[in-house]
Ligand binder design. Structure first.
Ligand code: NAX
Length: 328
């Protein structure tokens, strides 16, 4: 029998946590044959609700779930972690400036990065979901000098999935027919969903759509503002779809992309496509044997170039701001 994989989830008592934990425990994160141990990390005020969620996890009698521990100390929460899903974050509240938001999150992600550095397993893989996800991932990564930088990733898979769904709806294609879509840049309103290299049933997606105005004025803003549209409709932010994307991100990272396809992940840039080295930016990546690689050699047209640059510029500004705050 396999040794269980230790999965740490922060913000376990939150709404994404509630949608995420049951799918991890039922085998959707790593595979139907991989036993897991859950380590839930919360703040003291969230401990009781996390205990309630753990009671429900017990009540599912999941065959793969070999233990649940709950902590409010990051040093304990990340002990032995093989996979860490950093979901808990400080949301932007009314009147909060960007600097306030970044420094509040620095207070969370810097100590968590240090705890990962000091206590996680050698093969730790980190996904940051909590916003601003890319820059929070950068803060955690900078606080973990002993962990290879590429193990710190940020989630743009929800944006990726939203873009596939919008493209399918527009063209009447099945979502399963859409391949090679890319989200570039920041998980924010500046993100750029790129269909120029995407394929719909083997045909170039931009040629199938053949409507630049729809692309610029409908598709891109619909994908980028989908989070706000969900809040407007549901009265709460995306939770099940965000949890689903987190599952997809880690599952793909661990188990690989399909032949001929790729996915989108926020990862430390190696300088590819003119994105400054070290910024955690979304790229097209293929995954194999638990490692990812940036898809190289894509031809970037002017339309795409301007949008990638704008989102990367925002990331560089966020990096400069957290550097000025002493967070990296
Ligand atoms: P909730 O407010 O429901 O839950 C957050 C939980 O985190 C709370 O239980 C809180 O006690 C806990 N928490 C806060 N600080 C913590 C710390 N230092 N250590 C451990 N736990 C801590 O938020 P939820 O709706 O679950 O969203 C979580 C985060 O995901 C937010 O930052 C949100 O903006 C972000 N999202 C990111 C998305 C992405 O695509 N990257 C999409 C969905 C979502 O908006």
């Amino acid at each position: 029998t396999r040794t269980p994989v230790n999965v740490t989830v922060t913000g376990a008592a939150g709404q994404i946590g509630y949608a995420l934990l049951f799918r991890i425990a039922s085998g959707h994160l790593l595979g139907a044959d991989v036993p897991v141990k859950l380590r839930l990390l919360e703040i003291p005020q969230g401990m009781k609700a996390a205990e309630g969620t753990a009671m429900e996890l017990d009540d599912c009698a999941f065959p793969l779930l070999q233990g649940i521990d709950i902590f409010d100390d990051p040093n304990k929460g990340f002990e032995g972690a093989n996979v860490a899903l950093l979901v808990g974050a400080r949301p932007r509240t009314k009147g909060m400036e960007r600097g306030d938001l970044l420094s509040a999150n620095g207070g969370i992600f810097k100590p968590q990065g240090k705890a990962i550095n000091d206590h996680a397993a050698d093969d730790i893989k980190v996904l940051v979901v909590g916003n601003p996800a890319n820059t929070n991932a950068l803060i955690a990564q900078a606080a973990a000098p002993d962990v290879p930088a590429e193990r710190f990733t940020a989630m743009t898979r929800l944006d990726h999935n939203r873009a596939i769904s919008q493209l399918a709806a527009r063209t009447g294609a099945a979502v399963s027919d859409i391949k090679r879509l890319t989200i570039w840049g920041n998980h924010s309103a500046t993100q750029y969903p790129d269909i120029f290299h995407a394929e719909i049933a083997g045909k170039n997606a931009a040629e199938v759509v053949n409507d630049q105005a729809w692309l610029a004025d409908t598709f891109i803003p619909t994908v980028a503002k989908r989070g706000a549209a969900i809040i407007e409709a549901r009265g709460a932010s995306s939770a099940a779809s965000a949890a689903n994307a987190a599952i997809d991100h880690v599952h793909t990272w661990v188990n690989g992309t399909a032949e001929g396809d790729w996915t989108s992940m926020g990862i430390p840039s190696d300088g590819s496509y003119g994105v400054p080295e070290g910024l955690i930016s979304s790229f097209p990546v293929t995954c194999k044997d638990g490692k990812y690689e940036i898809v190289q050699g894509l031809d970037i047209n002017e339309f795409s170039r301007a949008r990638i640059d704008a989102s990367v510029q925002e990331l560089a500004e966020e990096r400069d701001a957290v550097r000025d705050l002493g967070l990296i």
